[in-house]
Design a protein. Structure first.
Length: 121
């Protein structure tokens, strides 16, 4: 039988649990479920859209702060609302091409879109 040592961080005691015992099952099952969930999340459409929004948000935030510009200043120069800039930087909103192009121009960025082929599943 496979034995694993579990450490109780509260009392600093070690407990040896057999695989299949309640002590082992709880942690092992939770870890396996979490790994499975993370894998599905990473591969899922929702995760991919969220990942893109977060990456875009970071680029815009970094460019804005590097130029010492406020969200209000970017919004005014781009002809959009400050709330829109805030939502984009929070990854709560994906802008349309026109808005993104305006923001990019204000921040001295060039908008490039690359489409690549993905392997068939």
């Amino acid at each position: 039988m496979n034995m694993k040592t579990l450490t109780n961080t509260t009392t600093k005691t070690n407990t040896t649990a057999r695989e299949g015992s309640p002590a082992m099952d709880t942690g092992a099952r939770a870890s396996a479920n979490h790994d499975s969930w993370n894998r599905r999340r990473r591969e899922g459409e929702v995760y991919q859209a969220t990942r893109r929004a977060i990456e875009l948000a970071q680029v815009i935030y970094d460019a804005r702060t590097a130029r010492n510009m406020s969200q209000t200043a970017v919004a005014k120069a781009a002809g959009i609302r400050q709330a829109t800039v805030s939502a984009i930087e929070a990854a709560d909103h994906l802008p349309n091409w026109e808005t993104l192009d305006r923001i990019a121009a204000v921040l001295g960025l060039e908008l490039n879109v690359t489409l690549t082929s993905v392997a068939a599943e």
